[in-house]
Design a protein around this ligand. Sequence first.
Ligand code: SF4
Ligand code: SF4
Length: 352
Amino acid sequence: MKGTPLFLPGDRVGSWVGALAGSSTVFGPQVGSSGRPEFALVRDPSAVDLSLDARRASIRELWMPQTEILFRYRLDSQGATLEAVPRPEGSRVAFGIRPCEAAAIRRVTHVFRQGKHPDPLGLEAEGMAIVGLYCASPRRTCFCAQVGSPVDMAEEACDVLMTPISGGHVLHVMTDRGGSLAGVSGAAQATSDQVSAAGAVHAGLITAVPADGAIGALEATALEVWASEVFADQGARCIGCGVCTFLCPACHCFDILDERQGTGGARYRCWDSCQFDHFTLHASRHNPRHDQAARLRQRVLHKFLYMPQEFGVTGCTGCGRCAELCPVGISIRQVVADVRAAMAQEQGVTVA
Ligand code: SF4
Ligand code: SF4
């Protein structure tokens, strides 16, 4: 693990969050108003609880709210008058998110940066500092080590990484921004024993999520996998609810809509899902993704074929949320594994 190692006792986490909240907007895991764990704006630093599992709330909320007004307008005899809606200002810190989630947030910016006209709203995520929290153990559906390495993801995306060990956390400071964040933590230099203990936690997770079932990027052309029966089989089970996309930290599809109210209105951005039947519905009623098999194929290939081809990274970091919470138990890890196995049986197609 790269970065300067420090040690922060467990009872100092709250005061660190408080110090960060003095100069930044901080988001962290806490019990929400519904009584469920969620990743939300920190109003009370003592409410941040790193033991909470906030997987039922998407981390995408931190940089792209589910619904967001972009501007308002008024119509009169002179035409339309636009009223700007202020964007969030100041520095933001995501505190205590997992390396897979952090990597997903960073990878999405590839999409918004490409082309002649980068999307400044999509790139707002880049400005968010990340204090990552390494997992002591995986959940049932986690497969981060099969699409890469949680250590590499932490190094790719976190400004500071916290690793839980006995008595507190080892902090690895990996960027200048992370140095500023850790500078108000009160952490001291870690001892060699503490660094070793953190290393054992890193290795332990990788062992617990076996890397030998690697399912990285599909090395094929779209045509070679397009007709795979795996998509038809799994798509027949999919009910198109969109849960997988709304909980995925790497999904980022949105819609832009105008809502008129009397002589004015608003243009807003809201989440959308490639798993919805109307996502690609044309005005003519033609739908190029006319069934769930085509929609499932799009989601899988976007993450495991198109993004690797365009940006050199998978659009999935193996957090396992989609498989854990899909109402019919569809696992993207299993779909990709099955596609790879089917390809391996076809002569002349290489599966890496
Ligand atoms: S596709 Fe599933 S496992 Fe991969 S990052 Fe998204 S939610 Fe996590
Ligand atoms: S969560 Fe499952 S059923 Fe719902 S759209 Fe995703 S794959 Fe289909």
